[in-house]
Write a protein that binds this ligand. Sequence first.
Ligand SMILES: Nc1ccn([C@@H]2O[C@H](COP(=O)(O)O)[C@@H](O)[C@H]2O)c(=O)n1
Ligand SMILES: O=P(O)(O)OC[C@H](O)CO
Length: 347
Amino acid sequence: MDALLHMVEKHGDLKSLIQDWSSVYSIMDSVNGLTSLRGKKPLFSFGIISDIQYADIPDGLSFLGVPRYYRHSIAVLQRAVKQWNHHRNLKFAVNLGDIVDGFCPKEHSLDSVSRVVNEFEKFNGLVRHMIGNHCLYNMPRSKLLPLLKIPSIDGCAYYDFSPTSGYRFVVLDGYDISAIGWPEDHPKTQQALKFLQDKNPNSDKNSPDGLVGTERRFLMFNGAVGEEQLRWLDSVLCDATNLKQKVVVCCHLPLDPGASTEESLLWNFDEVMGVIHKYNCVKVCLAGHDHKDGHSIDSHGVHHKVFEAALECPPGTDAFGYIDVYDDRLSLCGTGRIESCDMHFNH
Ligand SMILES: Nc1ccn([C@@H]2O[C@H](COP(=O)(O)O)[C@@H](O)[C@H]2O)c(=O)n1
Ligand SMILES: O=P(O)(O)OC[C@H](O)CO
């Protein structure tokens, strides 16, 4: 408000003030909490959270000894939804996957998934979910996808949507080819098991022992984008290019070694990036799974942003945020362990 009064003083009369209307508009938006510090109004904004991995079980540790707070993670989600609703201007929210932990006793899987979905449903907007390995430890795709309202053909969980005419979001199914989630005798399970047999010599296919560099991604808790999904991705990106849309790709599994540990990468991140790099429309890729913050800009100028897990927030701390989308950047406003950052791109 001070800034507005200062402008009236500066201009002296209403006519010249109105000639500077864009600045007034910008200041008024700031007063309403609608703009970034730089004063430009976002085209739209959306909420973001990853790896809640809720379970009604005592706290524990990851394989590498990182504390995991299974009960607290739903409180992180509750605070996220509160923030998103308070913001009032979020077009949708993105859940990057893994809503319930694999240690959830299986007789409680349905209850636990429903509890988390109910918390998401308190958000006054649409939630765009994707599946992660922990979701699939708890439930087969046939049960999970309807609960998460994921549009699906033949059990696949990839889809796209366009929140404004200039932007397209692509949600990838990183467990399309996977040893988890499909029935045991499904051709995709068989294909994944054969792939792991060829690529990972360890008897525990979740162990990266002896694998070097990015080979360390060939683990059972990861997966791949199949041929048909790759063709679909190509056609969506071709269409987005023709429509002059900018694209944000979301996938539970990270797509760039610069933004994530090698053990977390999509098996065929290189093939997916080969399709993405054929076009100039993809500006940002968002992922979870690694549980740690990561950010890189690849050789083609595409940003890769990986998010902290809600699961690994010590009680009372948080990991969520929202993203303001502009013509030339995505601006992440993080809460708690998620640091705010700007992801600029060329037109
Ligand atoms: N460096 C690692 C990481 C994991 N594993 C195996 O994966 C399982 C799941 O790991 P979490 O981090 O989610 O606990 C774990 O039980 C190990 O079997 C591994 O071998 N080496
Ligand atoms: O999905 P999780 O909990 O097994 O964790 C995956 C690891 O973060 C990958 O390095």
